[in-house]
Ligand binder design. Sequence first.
Ligand code: NAI
Length: 336
Amino acid sequence: MTHNITLIPGDGIGPEVADATVRVLDETGVKIDWDRVECSERIIRETGESIPTPVLKSLERNRVGLKGPVTTPIGGGYQSVNVQLRKKLDLYANVRPVRTVPSLRTRFQDVNIDMVIFRENTEDLYAGLEHEVVNDVVTSLKVITRRASLRIARAAFDYAAQVGRKKVTAIHKANIMKLSDGLFLKCCREVAANFPDITYNELIVDNASMQLVARPETFDVLVLPNLYGDIVSDLAAGLVGGLGVVPGANVGEQHAVFESVHGSAPDIAGHGIANPTALLLSSAMMLQHIQEVSAAERLRHAVEDVYREAKHLTPDVGGKASTKEFADAVIAKLQH
Ligand code: NAI
């Protein structure tokens, strides 16, 4: 079976890591017909659209996309491409697996970290409902709905059940925001009741942050409203080596976009030394999503093996290899 997938290489280092990823995916044996569309600072400025129409049409058609970073134009009132995609395609779940990368030197390298974060992507303080009540007094509305809370909780529990994970932790501040975070927790509890085999617990966000640093290995699946999810998912990425090595996905009922969470890195664009790990691991998530489960696992293991061997790593993670050499090393591991 051939999968039709939208490829958005992006700009800056985007095309470099996207080309490396496409080359590696070719070697997995999974048949993909790429629909390559341009989304870059240049085209956004040229068309005046924060998300160019052909990009949106392609994603609507194919329902699955792989996306590199896109430079957000400064000035001109453009919204970030990611925010636009989330809104237009109702990508309500931001999913970020955070796993220890073998041999990568970090402060937590001796700890086995393996968690998956489900961040609600559509509401909370990100609803953008702010207003000035009187001069120098501003309010910002935190919107929490039953519908959005239930569906993110379901996404977290469905995932846990599907892959055999044991525990889901809901993170909140319901001791202070009794109504809004209280509703979020109520929804998580309702969903948890349908999954008696999965342990469910709750942590207040400040305590959760402390525990994430003190005992990261005790976390499994996490589910959070938007703001805490945004902060905690970057905190967690920092535990395993930063945004350059963690994958991500934005998933809705109908569509899913898999992306590297780092930016377009203009400082190293064009030098051929960008690290494609984040996009490669995102593409492994994508393979899982399109039911190519064994190829997804082989790809993940091949990337881990290259790190374990530590001979073909890019400069950002202490090596000397180019993007191409890193990708070649992953391909060699895939063929073993
Ligand atoms: P950045 O992530 O592009 O760069 C921060 C630092 O990390 C730089 O020193 C860069 O060289 C390094 N870095 C990032 N990814 C790397 C990789 N794969 N390999 C090796 N080194 C890597 O963040 P910055 O500079 O804040 O943003 C640059 C542009 O990217 C901005 O226009 C921003 O709006 C955009 N951006 C886009 C995102 C997306 O499309 N998902 C996400 C974040 C930023």
